[in-house]
Design a binder for this molecule. Sequence first.
Ligand code: UD1
Ligand code: CA
Length: 478
Amino acid sequence: MSAHLTATAAIVLAAGQGTRMRSRVPKVLHPLAGRSMIDHVLDALADAGIARPVVVTGHGGDAVEAAVGARAATARQEAQLGTADAVRVGLGAVSSDVRTVLITMGDAPLQPSALFRAILREREIGGPAIVLVSAHLPDATGYGRIVRDADRGAASIVEEAHADELTRALNEVNVGTYAFDVAWLREALARVAPSPSGEEYLTDLVAMAVADGRAVRIVEADDAGDTIGINDRLALAMAEERMRRRIADEHMRNGVTIVDPTTTRIDAGVEIGQDARIEPWTILEGATVIAQDALIGPNAHVRDSRIGPRTRVWASVVEASTVAEDVEIGPFAHLRPGSDIGPRCRIGNFAEIKKTRLGAGTQQHHFSYLGDAEIGADVNIGAGSVTANFDGTTKHRTLIGDRASIGVDTMMVAPLRIGEGATTGAGSVVTRDVAPGKKVVGVPARPIELRRSSKPPAGAGSPAPVEAPVPSGADRNS
Ligand code: UD1
Ligand code: CA
């Protein structure tokens, strides 16, 4: 096993401009199911046991190298002279003890690791100079065609630009994935001549190997759709659809219900627990983890978040937040980054939460905003309540203790601390801290005693700023 691994390397070609994408972004950095094309290729190579491939970079090289990071070595092809030249550059970074090199294209992101394993296995049997992958595509436009000899063996690969009508009619195409005998490859690359287009084609090596009397083997891909190269945005959308379906299928096999896979989009890398149920029109993105028995959707959009067991997210947006178990969110709630929702909370219509912690059992029904706040357990946030957290320059924090009751339409002017069990009256503007168990009302809010022991003395000076106590219950809502 280890002998095989040390003798095998991989080169990923990713230096081309990708003109047909008509993009300012290097082609291999375009995302598919939330990960770049090049990441998908590197994932599959890693899965096939190839530790640290060499990525050949060129066009947009700085960006591609930054994206690849430590996942692969990189070699810079200064001028994009063709795929043969790219391989020459890549080989410069492959150590001399390597016997077999797998070469693939950075723009073929759907290839499964099984395909890579299959050609490496084939290389082990009898030591062919080249093992190449072919696929039968209903529409072969844009691909090199595989030309076979009378015995069905490989004769050559003809690029579309140089193919006559008969060759163009062939629908067995070159996928662009190969396993080469490294010693022969190094020597043969020195002999490649530029094509009429001026590019040096890696595909010329097939006819050269045949002329050298060396074996060339063809491995036909099981599923041609997995082998497509992405040259334009139409192919990108096709690949996206295919990748999404593959991801959904895998979750379903693992025990997740996806009610309507065609309207559900789940990024690669999202984790979903058993018996979770994903309702239609739902998008799960990035580093999202959905716990078991969660109910997500319809119309949920969850990004980079953790959703706890049995929690429901209905027609809401959750970004970079953590939600505990048995929570109900939505419809039409928005959890912005940094929200941390405790167990059994209820977050209702048009509730917005940002960088805020909610303790267990806290309720925020109806339109309201909590930002930069620390809310205790079993707190009730009345409809229309707002943490005024921004004074025009700085954000300030609001702290609300356990079992506090925030009346409808309360403005909480931060920095502010509302004590445990405290109450604010409907429409109050709270500018000063409220002691535990106290009730404040009015604009600006002042403490009131719910039961007064005596009437103010008649005709005593200026009118007392005492507001009529609001009948119990009117400043709550549920
Ligand atoms: C290539 C193959 C074609 C095959 C197809 C499969 C050649 C000559 N043709 O054609 O037979 O059917 O892929 O998708 O190999 N690249 C470099 N440096 C260069 C040129 C290209 O690194 O100088 C990289 C590109 O970034 C890309 C890959 O090689 O990832 C293939 O290049 P591309 O121009 O897309 O080749 P195709 O025309 O698709
Ligand atoms: Ca291509």
